[in-house]
Design a protein around this ligand. Structure first.
Ligand code: PEP
Length: 250
């Protein structure tokens, strides 16, 4: 049985003080729920503060990106070891906004994944098609290409996949449970060919306009193991409701 998993991607939102309030509120509301893994991924500036705010709770700290090198002259970048040092348990890799705006490629995703896992970080590797790709009938081909390139030569320890259709991120257009399950099932089968029986333990999260009112039907799908949440992770009540809603299937 895969443990449900919900991660909140706070993106580039909030001051340190706001992050402390949000994390403190979440720790109070959902910090002791077990049977689920919950990660908060604030901006780098708030990692230490959020780490403090969730201390003693079951919530985990995550980051939104990393660089694959251990250290060096890479202005503006943060390494896996630095994230571990800051208290991180996991890191998001290959988010579509990184791919779209910052030149993330399958190759860089792959390097980041290997670096994260080598440092002991759990990696949430994002894949997903654009609207043009979906309408052109190439959804599964795009996802397969992203998986093949991103996971090339990597094991499946500490690996989580997030299927995030780009057209559903921040748009309010959520994939139907059936649309999401179709791709999640495809990803599960692909992972099965790559990793054998171990693929049954890899969690696959759905991301894209997840809200309290759609998480239950999404989580009811056999290959949807939780959610990567953007906008709705910025409010204590909505994120708490999503976490509780994703528990209903077990
Ligand atoms: C995301 O950024 O990963 C995301 C899914 O955003 P939203 O929930 O706002 O669509």
């Amino acid at each position: 049985m895969r443990r449900p998993y919900v991660a909140g991607n706070w993106k580039m939102h909030g001051t340190v003080r706001e992050a402390a309030e949000l994390a403190g509120g979440l720790a109070a509301q959902i910090g002791q729920i077990d049977n689920i893994d919950v990660a908060l991924c604030p901006p780098y500036t708030a990692l230490s503060t959020v780490s403090e705010a969730i201390r003693g709770s079951r919530l985990r700290l995550g980051a939104q990106d990393l660089h694959w090198e251990k250290s060096g002259a890479f202005t503006g970048e943060v390494s896996a070891g630095m994230l571990v040092d800051a208290g991180c348990h996991c890191v998001i890799i290959g988010h579509s906004e990184r791919r779209q705006f910052f030149g993330e490629t399958e190759e860089s995703v792959n390097r980041k994944l290997k670096s994260a896992v080598a440092a002991g970080l759990e990696a949430i590797v994002c894949v997903g098609e654009t609207l043009v790709e979906r309408e052109g009938g190439s959804t599964l081909g795009v996802v397969e290409r992203q998986l093949a390139g991103g996971l090339e030569g990597a094991g499946c320890d500490l690996l989580t996949i997030a299927y995030e259709p780009v057209w559903a991120i921040g748009t309010g257009k959520v994939a139907s449970p059936e649309q999401a399950q179709e791709v999640h099932g495809f990803i599960r089968a692909w992972l099965g060919r790559r990793y054998g029986a171990a693929a049954g333990g890899i969690r696959i999260l759905y991301g894209g306009s997840v809200k309290p009112d759609n998480i239950v039907s999404l989580s009811a799908q056999p290959d949807i193991d939780g959610a990567l949440v953007g906008g709705a992770s910025l409010k204590v009540d909505s994120f708490s409701d999503i976490v509780r809603g994703s528990l209903k299937r077990i």
